[in-house]
Design a protein around this ligand. Sequence first.
Ligand SMILES: CC(C)CCC[C@@H](C)[C@H]1CC[C@H]2[C@@H]3CC=C4C[C@@H](O)CC[C@]4(C)[C@H]3CC[C@]12C
Length: 377
Amino acid sequence: MASFNGDLSSMTAPAFILSTTSLTEFSAYWAEMPSLLVAPAAEQDPAKRSMLVLKWFLSTLKQQYSSRNEKLGSEKKPLNPFLGELFLGKWEDESGTTQLVSEQVSHHPPVTAYSIWNSKHGVRLQGYNAQKASFGRTINVKQIGHAVLHIDAFNEDYLITLPSLHIEGLITGSPYVELNKSTYIVSSSGYTSKIDYSGKGWVSGKKNSFTATMYPHGREKDVIYTVDGQWTEAFTIKDAKKHTVDSYNAKSMPKTPLTVAPLEEQDALESRRAWRKVADAITKGDMDTTSAEKSLIENQQREMRKKEQAEGREWERRFFTRVDRFDYFEKLIKEVPGASIDSDKTNGVWEFDREKAKAARPPFSSFSVQLDNEGWS
Ligand SMILES: CC(C)CCC[C@@H](C)[C@H]1CC[C@H]2[C@@H]3CC=C4C[C@@H](O)CC[C@]4(C)[C@H]3CC[C@]12C
């Protein structure tokens, strides 16, 4: 522990705390309820639209930070993706088709990038994230990176910052995530939403609590909407006159299952196929096979990196490109206290690359990546 460098992948964990899911899969948590993701695109009023973006964001928190806990009984240590690992899928429901591309764009430090889009509604989300951990009385995790939601019809961007978190329940052996401090959603239409996370023993005394306010850029006192509740349970949205205008109940909101290609049809780089043997061994509690199969992947990766280095090239990311800056980023990030493009860089800033995506060969194009030209300005 003394030599811990903040890279969570280098942390060893006991068998019972190992998950069979890789971090590349976590990108799917952004859109398990596609109707909420696309809802803002149908709203004509910019303030209400921004409020609907906030509502969607808040609805994703439970999936992002508590679903494993609910499903597996506790938070677990996810598989550490290899460079180039992919997770592809789509959601099909009354909102049409919503597509997901998630790619591990860096291994040291680990960075996952993703793009999620629904062409029918002209909504697309892209982002990347990395984690920096430190140990004190618990595990503290700072997220580096951001997400951006784009709504075509209004040519609007919403810059979304990511919460830092810590692990609770380590002592009792049933770890779960609690969110820290604040995050922001800054829209190019002029609104800022600030979400304050409070956790147990604070204001309401309930775990996973938050309050959020939406206001015009720079005018924190001129509140247009407030939201409060628990991100794992329910929340209420009120206007400036404190009238309830909308509400959300996590328990009653149906999720659309993500469709992923059958393992046999997946590419060797696709997460579930690549990790299949490791995952099977973990499920069986067979630690010898787990580490043997993990080593196989790691050694193969090491060889590839050596070869690339010798040939003076870098691994070609399938869907993303490292860029210096995002156009809208510099402008929007000004609304977030203490944030900057530099604090957001992690082995670069990663942007979804349409040209690469279009050129992606089957099985990607045949199954998941259907890029149609409209909706991609
Ligand atoms: C559970 C204990 C014992 C092991 C620690 C596991 C660590 C590696 C786990 C616990 C909770 C996890 C986080 C939970 C949710 C998210 C949101 C997602 O969008 C990006 C990854 C991220 C940020 C995870 C990163 C890895 C993480 C920090």
